[in-house]
Design a protein around this ligand. Structure first.
Ligand SMILES: Cc1cc2nc3c(=O)[nH]c(=O)nc-3n(C[C@H](O)[C@H](O)[C@H](O)COP(=O)(O)O)c2cc1C
Length: 191
């Protein structure tokens, strides 16, 4: 029996680090944003704003803020025709209370889920994405007019992938990452 549509989608999604310059059709982008909008969040707080950066000049400046000249990191971001910037908005009162009482960062968790909804829908649309966590936050905020007090959670590069085939996934095996009923202490790490 096959995996089913969702698992196939999850297997197919991979970080795309080479894009064609073709623009992303508006309706495809909208469906990705809609998938992100539908994501769950603590207390349904929806603590996010998605800035779609597709103005070529602005996008180039933004891409520059994700890489360092001397590090082989994120130089591909410039190729993507669209960059999404996820601004962390203040959570609602119940989520904030929950975060405080339980010492959890709910908004960051929420944003991660929304970002993955976006990326999975992109695969469905024949598009590629790469989440970008390495960026110069203060400069990104200044460039896009985001108030200094807010945080940028994540960027997502979006566009048509140059390479179709999903590379082999390097993942820890299930046996290593799952245990049943009780935590399995790891010899050499926990004991
Ligand atoms: C929070 C987060 C931040 C990331 N930041 C970057 C980044 O700055 N540059 C990059 O090339 N990939 C980045 N990635 C992509 C990961 O390297 C990638 O998801 C991981 O290696 C697994 O590969 P896959 O996405 O192809 O399955 C990020 C992923 C996540 C979830």
């Amino acid at each position: 029996m096959g995996d089913g549509a969702f698992l196939a989608l999850a297997r197919n999604r991979h970080s795309v680090r080479g894009y064609f310059p073709d623009p992303v059709p508006e309706e495809k982008l909208e469906r990705c944003l809609e998938a992100a909008r539908l994501a769950p969040s603590a207390c349904n707080s929806q603590p996010w704003t998605f800035i779609v950066v597709d103005d070529p000049e602005l996008k180039g400046l933004l891409a520059d803020l994700t890489s360092e000249r001397l590090l082989p990191l994120n130089h591909f971001v410039k190729q993507a025709p669209v960059l999404i910037v996820i601004v962390v908005e203040p959570a609602n009162l119940t989520s904030r209370l929950g975060s405080w009482i339980k010492n959890r960062d709910f908004p960051l968790i929420d944003i991660g889920i929304a970002a993955e909804h976006f990326c999975l829908q992109a695969v469905e649309e024949g598009l590629g994405t790469c989440m970008i966590g390495w960026f110069r936050e203060a400069e990104v905020k200044e460039l896009l007019g985001v108030p200094a007090a807010k945080r940028i959670g994540l960027l997502i590069a979006l566009g048509y992938p140059q390479f179709d085939a999903a590379p082999t996934k390097h993942r820890k095996p299930l046996e290593e990452t799952v245990c049943h009923n009780r935590y399995r202490l790891q010899p050499g790490k926990d004991v």
